[in-house]
Design a protein around this ligand. Structure first.
Ligand SMILES: [Zn+2]
Length: 85
């Protein structure tokens, strides 16, 4: 079993965007789609450079990119509620 925990990632408007398996400590800069327990935005199948938005307030959540061959969302820190770990 991997060490880590599930964290809720919310938009500043209060909408729950993702439940994400965070390995280790530190700030969440990017989220790998494969490590999401729940994805309430629908990132699966998005293309690289796509810019998902919050389903509730339509703010930019960040940008999709491939990191080490895996689809990930690089978070827009201005839109995401600060996460306590
Ligand atoms: Zn929002």
């Amino acid at each position: 079993m991997k060490v880590g925990k599930i964290v809720n990632i919310e938009c500043k408007c209060g909408f729950l965007l993702f439940r994400y398996f965070k390995a280790g400590k530190g700030r969440i800069i990017k989220c790998f789609v494969q490590r999401m327990e729940n994805d309430f935005v629908g990132l699966e199948g998005m293309e690289t450079h796509a810019k998902p938005i919050c389903p509730n307030c339509a703010k930019d959540l960040g940008i999709m990119m491939m990191i080490r061959g895996q689809l990930a969302l690089k978070l827009n820190q201005g839109t995401i509620k600060p996460i306590r770990i």
